[in-house]
Design a protein around this ligand. Structure first.
Ligand code: 1OR
Length: 299
């Protein structure tokens, strides 16, 4: 309860918020935040501070958790239930722009930028939320979040696949991205393997090859910064359709499968359309035979 809240002085200039919880409540918080990127890179103390500071809040279906224009007080993580997000712009009536289910989180913008709430968030079922106060959010979660959004912002604006997205949609992608590095010749994905990740090239280049049944390797045009790969296995639940290797030092931004499905939903049709242009192994074989014949005729 609120009266049991305690404020523990720390050695720095703030007091830690500690709201007593049962073991069962802690367990529910852990499972609610386990798949949320914003909580991923916390050390043990930060993690403990966040869990300590969270408060359980319940809302009934149709209740507003956040109202556009209001002052920001809490950041929320969804344990159970569903919510819709509405934005009203330039006097136009509110339009639904997004929805959340368990594991989702919202309400960070007003806390990060000290601005009014940018949207209204309404429960579309009875919901159980974990609320984190503004001070703890800013002290522990904000630095990481804004650093990552800033870090990827410019890059994501240059990725052709993502130009049609709202800036806020690219921010959510930035939250979920992680950069990975590969050395010259290293395999990033291997034909036939199970696929769990999607990749966008940040810097460097990659070669792509495809093997036929006899194991003969055919080269496919390579990939450059801003281009992506690894989507087919995630779209179709099929093994990797080609092998991608680093050509020189390669840096990629990766998304896991869950984030891919959730965050790239708005561009999934574009991804599918682009993949229709991929050459089949038969086309590759034909092309390379034709090229070889042309070369032998020329000599
Ligand atoms: P907040 O503190 O402003 C409302 O309170 C929250 O709704 C906001 O933080 C976000 O966490 C969440 N634009 C703005 N806020 C959004 C949006 C959004 N979606 C969710 N929130 N969108 C852009 C609409 C033009 C939707 C993008 C998919």
């Amino acid at each position: 309860s609120v009266s049991a809240e305690s404020m523990i002085p720390s050695h720095q200039n703030y007091v830690k918020m500690v709201i007593p919880k049962t073991v069962e409540q802690r367990r529910r918080i852990e499972s609610s935040i386990s798949n949320n990127f914003l909580f991923k890179n916390l050390d043990e103390d930060q993690h403990e501070d966040v869990v300590n500071a969270m408060t359980e809040k319940r809302f009934k279906c149709n209740e507003n958790v956040i109202e556009q224009g209001a002052v920001g007080d809490f950041f929320y993580v969804v344990e159970a239930g569903t919510l819709d997000v509405f934005v009203a712009k330039n006097g136009k009536p509110s339009e639904k722009v997004f929805e959340y289910g368990s594991g989702g989180s919202f309400g960070e913008l007003a806390l990060m930028y000290n601005g009014p709430r940018a949207a209204t968030v309404t429960a579309t079922s009875d919901v159980v939320l974990w609320a984190l106060d503004r001070i703890t959010f800013r002290r522990i979660l904000m630095e990481n979040t804004s650093r990552k959004r800033r870090m990827y912002e410019e890059f994501l604006e240059t990725v052709p696949l993502l130009v049609s997205l709202e800036p806020y949609e690219r921010h959510k992608i930035a939250d979920a991205l992680e950069s990975v590095y590969f050395d010259d010749g290293q395999e990033v994905v291997k034909q036939g393997d199970q696929g769990d990740n999607f990749f966008i090239i940040e810097s460097g280049e990659a070669t792509v090859t495809k093997c036929n049944d006899a194991g003969v390797e055919y080269a496919i045009p390579g990939l450059r910064p801003g281009q992506y790969f690894g989507e087919l296995a995630l779209l179709n639940d099929m093994p990797r359709a080609a092998t991608v290797r680093a050509k020189g030092r390669l840096k990629c931004a990766t998304l896991g499968k869950r984030a891919f499905v959730r965050l790239l939903g708005p561009v999934v049709e574009i991804i599918k359309r682009n993949s229709d242009n991929y050459q089949t192994i038969e086309q590759l074989v034909q092309q390379q035979q034709a090229a070889a014949e042309a070369a032998s005729e020329a000599t």
